[in-house]
Write a protein that binds this ligand. Sequence first.
Ligand code: URP
Ligand code: ZN
Ligand code: ZN
Length: 491
Amino acid sequence: MGILFKNGTVVTASDMVQADVLVEGEKVVLIGQNLPTRGHEVINCKGKYLMPGGIDVHTHLDLPFGGTYSNDDFDIGHKAAAFGGTTTHIDFVIQPKGGSLHDGLKIWQEKAKPAQIDYGFHMAVTDLRDDVMAEIPSLVDEGITSLKLFMAYKNVFQIDDATLYKAMEQSAKHGMIVMVHAENGDVEEQLRKQLLAEGKTDPVWHYSSRPPEIEGEATNRAAVMAGLTGCPLYVVHVTCEPAVAAIRRARALGAPVMGETCVQYFYVTRDKHLGAPGFEGSKYVCSPPVRNAEHHAVLWQAVKDGTLQAVSTDHCDFWYEGGVGPWQEWGKAHNGGDWIGYEKQDPSYRRPGKELGKGDFSKIPNGMPGIEDRMMVMWHLGVNSGRLSPTRFVELNCTNPAKIFGCYPQKGTIAVGADADILVWDPNKRHTISASTHHMKCDYNVYEGLKVKGVPQQVYLRGKRIVDGGIWLGKNGEGRFVRRAPHAPVL
Ligand code: URP
Ligand code: ZN
Ligand code: ZN
């Protein structure tokens, strides 16, 4: 006996068809019209869309960063993702200082033990010694086929051009893809020092230390290296016109360059959000910074015309006040006080957050929440406004991420043989996004008060219902590591 999704509209990257979908065990086994019910559990999907579970290929759960750790972990962060319709994510393992890539991998494998949705790992290389270079090919055997290098965050994660070039040569040989955080970290350091010396310490000055030009320059530099080495390049969190222009030009010249943007870069602005009075703007400090509407328009065009192939979140959340305030009260309201993360080990510990940067914008932990919001906000801003078709929505949020990162068609589509990661999406249901109702371990929401239409009513992970309306049905440890294949296509 299986689960029969009846009378829904199946949306994939290519089609929207009225069809029934039969799931047996963890897989989709049949798609057709008027399929017999035969003792299956029948889910009436009339008026609903059946879409593949979202794939968020850019997250940072429990990341040591900015003098603290990002808040959401592989327990609560997974739950939040699922409530928003994301059933798979790929997180970044960080090579520890002085350690090997496998040292980092072990740390992230430990973090992932409470997993509730499926997950993969990218490997962020911070120190490309000869022994680390030699270690890279073995990652492919572990199902890790993407490297990440940071061209910014000087003295923390930043690598130099020679390192990036060598990593690309090595990756190209082994069918891996290289991802870059593209900002010129050396120029950023100079701008930051000048601003602080002039007494410009409020959150809004974060923008001036990282202008669009330094993002465009670094994007172009990485794209040139992709052309020279033949290594597929994926530029993460593209925010602005100069970066889009660099990717478009590289692609026109035939270089294997791809890119993503993140949902917040369509909505959050420098003027209204980052420039909010007092310390409020710290909530929106991330790198590269949020930009104003003229760049949002460029990003919409880029996701429409294929210059950018995917939308992710860069989910990396920190308390705004919870780190010094009543986080226990907040925890009770959201999780019945049942923390599984760091608070359980030491209830007196308060994980620091955005307040670390009071009086110095450069000390504000960089990042914001979004793993729960991405699908709803992209549907609302993209599909409801007519900017994106439902099929392009699925392509950007599910299918292309799976293809680019080597787990398609197991993930990212509804097809016979694919994992039954299925969203029963109600395009008419309304929801107001708010920190008071979200499941992320964060005391603010970037989209606070945004009224969206279109939500995941039910969420299935490999044939198991894990979300039903507001009810959580998943279990710790049921999320599984996704081994990804090398030689994924360049889209
Ligand atoms: O501000 C950000 N983006 N924080 C997370 C780390 C990164 O650069 O992706
Ligand atoms: Zn980054
Ligand atoms: Zn990131």
